[in-house]
Design a protein around this ligand. Sequence first.
Ligand code: UD1
Length: 351
Amino acid sequence: MTPSSILVTGGAGFIGCHTVIALAEAGYRPVIFDNFSNSQPKVLEGLRQILGFEVPCYRADCTNRAALLEAMRRERVSGVIHFAAFKAVGESVQKPLLYYSNNLNALLTLLEAMIELDVRDLIFSSSCTVYGQPEQLPVTENSPILPPLSPYGNTKQIGEEILRDVARAGEALRIISLRYFNPIGAHSSGMIGELPLGVPNNLVPYITQTAIGLRAELVVFGNDYPTPDGTCIRDYIHVMDLAEAHVAALRHLEYASIPAAYYDVFNIGTGKGASVLEVIRTFEQATGKIVPYRIGPRRLGDAAAVYADASKAHKHLGWKAHRTLKEALADAWRWQLYLHKTAHLLSASNS
Ligand code: UD1
């Protein structure tokens, strides 16, 4: 049987490239569609080394309808996983129009192209950011959707609403939104991972860069939260567990007897929270490296604690996270070491 081709928009990005691996391992034929605005072509080389073959890749923007149609037609795509979006929370506050325009136009253009070609299965990359500062923990899919904390978060909320309305209108699309908690880690080969541009905003890349000496110290944003050690709690999920959730969601759409017009949402997290200090300690245990840190003021907009109830995904998709926080941090570290080594090799060959 010919494997189903799945278009992965944003497939060169952090979650996208790990999902490409999970798809290939599950017997799908992933096709990357990426404009490389926040990713680097060298990820394709990492994928080739891990998978042993070249993943087809279209370098184009998701707002480019003609390019989308061309890729989907030529590759005979049967489903789409849509990651392509801008994702920097702070930048979205500075440049809201850029975020609304890019993230929403990409989604709308993709939906129109899918309808035109009768491509029916879509997985949408959403975020636990839609829950804002949750009042009850763990967060279930029925927890209230609170006013968004940023234009980025709003593009995820609006994206979900668009998808729900399209399915409600009876359009022949089967759609799942996955609400990710905090993705961290890297493929266990250490050959692909997160590539933050400039100073990282997220905790784990900051930790690995501090441990390797690129940053002097980590600032822990507040230790006066109402949590056991005073630092914020998040649900950190290994990016490969998250990648595998996409495969489970696709399979659900393909094999479950679900209606032609379908929409549902699932939390994708581990169900366990870890505080910032716990993450630092676990990293130190996993790697034997010390992370210099100091306690600083709270960061504006941070919720004290967010972690998932992921039982719906377990029940309906047959998916749950298997990898531990320690494994995720060890993999993130392996990736940081790989980056360090290859940067040296590059500068040596340039000199
Ligand atoms: C952020 C985004 C979220 C996105 C997620 C991706 C915001 C408000 N939310 O979540 O939309 O889906 O990243 O992973 O930006 N911390 C420090 N020092 C640091 C960096 C972080 O103490 O230098 C703390 C933060 O206060 C927070 C925790 O580490 O408690 C995790 O922060 P981060 O990795 O930025 O993720 P979120 O803010 O949870």
